[in-house]
Design a protein around this ligand. Structure first.
Ligand SMILES: [Zn+2]
Ligand SMILES: [Zn+2]
Length: 131
């Protein structure tokens, strides 16, 4: 697994010269609560409350395989709605809206709470395996 992840990471640098190689899209970098965090009025979050351009989505990655036209999502964050849209924009709608699978690395809210968006009240998905 580590070897294959390393191979994917190395291929990112050559994604523009080899369009069929897998690559990663960073969809978020903040801790579980995002940035700024709910209710935080301290100096850590003030800049983001005052300047929306400083807001950051919760940590998430998309693993993209152009050869198979599939992609996988790492983490289902509270920002999943916006991150799916961001992925669509970055990849110019070349892939399904739904990932082929979702990897959840651990049980903090920043990593699973976005699963609710796949439910019948929103996307109504029938088959999106989570691991
Ligand atoms: Zn803060
Ligand atoms: Zn966490």
């Amino acid at each position: 697994m580590i070897t294959s992840l390393l191979a994917v990471m190395l291929s990112v640098s050559s994604m523009f010269s080899s369009p069929d190689l897998p690559y990663i899209v960073v969809l978020g970098i903040a801790q579980d609560g995002g940035y700024p965090q709910a209710g935080c009025e301290k100096n850590c979050c003030k800049p983001a409350w005052n300047d929306p351009s400083k807001k950051r989505f919760v940590t998430s990655l998309a693993l993209v395989d152009p050869a198979s036209k599939k992609w996988w999502l790492f983490e289902a964050t509270p920002d999943l709605r916006d991150q799916l849209q961001l992925f669509r924009e970055i990849t110019q709608q070349q892939f399904d809206v739904l990932p082929a699978g979702v990897f959840l690395t651990h049980g903090h809210i920043g990593h699973y709470s976005g699963l609710m968006e796949f439910g019948r009240e929103v996307m109504g998905t029938k088959r999106c395996p989570s691991m």
